[in-house]
Design a protein around this ligand. Structure first.
Ligand code: GLN
Length: 191
């Protein structure tokens, strides 16, 4: 299995390490041709505006969109989740517009911009998942085609799946628990 990690900006190294620990060969993606032959792609956390601008500049935007439309699995983390969403209020740049949901950037404000908490993610099993949120977005609205996988205690949606696309507001690469990555690899492996 060949999994690419978009390496234009942001926290991509940590994903490379998780994939290696899971016995999967990771590939850094900076050029359109580096998408060839991949079975899936991770869009890491970082700064969604910068990443969006670089994706357009490096001519990765349309190829990624086309592949996703043809069923290519993508996991978007934090800024990656913003880039997967169809609707992002206050976002002057272009998202990939792939998942039928509205995502609000920096939803926890500047006072509490980072926090950690344990949440339940039923698709990962009974044991709660320790989550790290860093200037994270939230899912404000989602179409019925989007399955909400996890929420905070107040109900705020923070992880979702639509077909082979997975969007996660927190940073699973920063904890030792590989279950989110493993779940994505199962999506990739399933035909
Ligand atoms: N706040 C960032 C943005 O709007 C996302 C932060 C992150 O990826 N950790 O793009």
């Amino acid at each position: 299995m060949k999994i690419g990690v978009l390496a234009l900006q942001g926290a991509f190294i940590e994903h490379i390490e998780v994939l290696e620990r899971l016995g999967v060969e990771p590939f850094l993606v900076r050029l359109p041709r580096e998408l060839d032959g991949l079975d899936g792609l991770i869009i890491p956390g970082g700064e969604s505006t910068t990443m969006s601008r670089l994706m357009l500049e490096y001519q990765l935007h349309q190829p990624i969109k086309d592949k996703a439309d043809a069923g290519f699995p993508i996991m978007g983390i934090c800024a990656g989740m913003i880039l997967l969403a169809k609707h992002v209020p206050d976002f002057s740049l272009q998202s990939l517009g792939l998942m039928d949901m509205s995502v609000r950037r920096n939803a926890f404000g500047s006072q509490v911009d980072s926090f950690e908490t344990d949440i339940e993610i039923p698709v990962l099993g009974r044991q709660p998942f320790h989550t790290v949120f860093i200037r994270a977005p939230i899912i404000e609205k989602a179409n019925s085609t989007v399955e909400i996988l996890a929420g905070l205690s107040g109900g705020t949606a923070v992880a979702a799946r639509q077909g082979r696309l997975l969007a996660v507001a927190f940073h699973p690469e920063l904890t030792a628990d590989p279950r989110v990555h493993r779940y994505f690899l199962e999506i990739v492996a399933a035909e």
